[in-house]
Design a protein around this ligand. Structure first.
Ligand code: HEC
Length: 148
């Protein structure tokens, strides 16, 4: 169940990490990017991805966005992070996907409007998270189709 956000006062953007933490919290990145059992996030797996969502007959799993270099985004640069979000700012370029192509519920289009300086603050904060090793298979097509 969605919880009412308790955001308090907005930190000064000059305080990059505090401000980045505020934004990441406001955008509920952790909710989607943490596996849960019966609605309770698994402790120690915060931001490590693998939470499963069903889209049609397919399963999509959130990415590991901890700074783990092998299984997370520890090798990403701030520029790559910004670029990944900004790729989606032009809706005209939206890919046409067939039912078995990878799909996602990551709100890329909504988030593509986030200011670049805000994305950088979010990235700076994410880089301070504990790296967690967790390999995620992001997409499995037809996982809900019964084979007979
Ligand atoms: C509604 C659920 C949802 C929310 C909210 C969400 N994500 Fe995601 N995110 C996903 C899923 C699912 C994927 C994997 C599929 C994909 O790459 O689109 C993903 C992928 C990503 C990736 C790509 C990682 C890679 O290895 O390619 C990044 C970076 C990311 N999310 C960051 C964030 C940040 C930062 C926030 C908060 C601003 C956020 N996400 C909020 C569901 C979500």
């Amino acid at each position: 169940m969605p919880k009412k956000a308790s955001l308090g006062t907005i930190p000064n953007p000059a305080d990059t990490l505090k401000y980045g933490a505020y934004l990441v919290n406001a955008a509920a990145c952790m909710d989607c990017h943490t596996q849960n059992v019966k609605g309770e996030m698994i402790a120690g797996m915060e931001f490590a991805g693998g939470r499963e969502f069903r889209i049609g007959n397919n399963t999509v799993r959130s990415a590991n966005i901890t700074p783990d270099k092998e299984t997370g985004i520890g090798n990403w640069t701030a520029d790559a992070f910004v670029q990944r979000f900004k790729t989606f700012s032009d809706r005209e370029k939206a890919a046409k996907v067939s039912p078995t192509d990878p799909q996602t519920i990551m709100p890329w289009y909504n988030f593509s409007g986030i200011k670049e300086s805000d994305l950088r603050a979010m990235f700076a904060y994410i880089k301070t998270l504990k790296p967690v090793k967790n390999t995620v298979v992001k997409f499995t097509a037809n996982s809900f189709v019964k084979s007979e």
